[in-house]
Design a protein around this ligand. Structure first.
Ligand code: ATP
Length: 252
């Protein structure tokens, strides 16, 4: 089966700045694909071109078999894009928020089933602005799934969440992948990429400098003789906590 995202020699320039300098890669159907890189590497530009939101200057790209340059509207119908929860209309409940986004696609959806899939069924009647940060992130994923997308794009999905909410979201993203949806995410958190992504592309100064499963990248680095000084600390803050309270951390 052909790759669900295929990018060939993609280029984008803003005046003097060459933001994307001829990148070539593909994303396989059913994987969690991560794009990593320092600020200004060109990740957002690349992702927004694939979402049909920005025009490239050169190269080619297809998403779900659709030419992104020729038919950006067609691409938008086949993908899900997670919006920041701050972009949601106010005074709508979680259920109404899902229905609002479905209506934007002229679709009627089973909003409760979508809320169940992100474990928010019990919050269906709550105003979205009253939900916790993690719950709003899950709601934004539910809204990105209203059109049963083939590729779900997530931009920094766990920024600002506490450790427990982050892990919860990782489980959700893996469950979405296991149901057959390809996930394309950008993140600055390397631990997140290591746990979550089947493959990662590392971008720097408009180029892809590595693309492989995280464990392969780590193995390659070690086989090049890399080692870092190991500092063995005999106790952690958690040990202090347990010593003082005698209880395990419950909510971390
Ligand atoms: P970040 O992690 O900070 O979001 P990024 O990897 O997503 O960074 P881009 O936002 O794609 O990087 O930016 C790549 C380069 O293009 C940067 O030098 C940025 O300043 C520049 N750039 C991005 N958008 C524009 C624009 N609309 N006009 C001019 N320059 C832009």
């Amino acid at each position: 089966m052909p790759a669900i995202v295929q990018v060939q020699d993609l280029r984008k320039r803003y005046g003097e700045i060459e933001a994307v300098r001829g990148i070539t890669f593909s994303v396989e159907r059913g994987e969690v694909f991560g794009m990593l890189g320092p600020n200004g590497a060109g990740k957002t530009t690349t992702v927004e071109i694939l979402e049909g939101l920005r025009r490239a200057d050169g190269g080619s790209a297809t998403v779900a078999g659709i030419d992104v340059f020729r038919d950006p509207s067609g691409v938008k119908r086949r993908i899900g894009v997670q919006l920041q929860a701050s972009a949601f209309p106010e005074h709508l409940t979680a259920k109404e928020t899902v229905e609002f986004f479905a209506a934007c696609y002229d679709l009627t959806v089973d909003a409760m089933a979508l809320l169940r899939s992100v474990e928010l069924e019990e919050r269906a009647g709550q105003l979205q602005e009253k939900l916790s940060g993690g719950q709003r992130q899950r709601l934004s994923i539910a809204t990105a799934l209203v059109n049963t997308p083939e590729v779900l794009f997530l931009d920094e999905p766990t920024t600002g969440l506490d450790p427990q909410a982050r892990r919860n979201l990782w489980d959700l993203i893996q469950a979405i992948r296991d149901r057959g949806t390809t996930v394309f995410l950008t993140t600055h958190y390397l631990d997140e990429a290591e746990v979550l992504c089947d493959r990662v592309a590392i971008m720097d100064e408009g180029r892809i400098v590595a693309l492989d499963p995280p464990q392969k990248l780590i193995g390659d680095l070690l086989s090049r003789g890399f080692s870092k000084p190991t500092v063995q600390q005999q106790a952690s803050l958690e040990d202090v906590f347990l010593d003082l309270t005698g209880h395990e951390l419950r909510d971390a």
